[in-house]
Design a protein. Sequence first.
Length: 169
Amino acid sequence: MTVWQTRTIEQRNLLNPAFCALVLLHLAQGYQKEATEGGTEDSLALALAFVGSSFVLRGQTRTQLPNTVRTSLATWVQDHPLERSAIAKGVVVLRPYVREALIFGAQHGVLRVDGRRVISLDAPAGLAAYLRTSSAEVRDCFRAANFVGRWLWKAGAPSTVLALLGVQA
């Protein structure tokens, strides 16, 4: 992990632990919401936290997301081969930042890592006010994270998702 003072401005802004923890919160909330609607009490697999972050934090990939969770991940991957490759590479590149965000989120009571699962807890006080004053891109990241969480639950078992995206666990 790069020392904070030596990180670039882009890394400090986009990949800071607080922001990434909120992305993970929205990702886990979307996953849990879809699981509950599907009749299960499932939480986000730890491996999918890394995959979901790669979908959300890369703007080009985020803009290519489908409009509905009914779109099959397999179909989307077939239609977006370059994005598939970018997501797999993003998982590797983002790994230290996602780990840092998981620790930060757990320390601040936003997330809980339970075994190989990430569980969303309470959103921090002031999140709604933060969202009202944040940029459209920040709001889009959180909206996309919630969507990707829901979509990943619909896609099937974590091992299936990882295989479709060419990500090694």
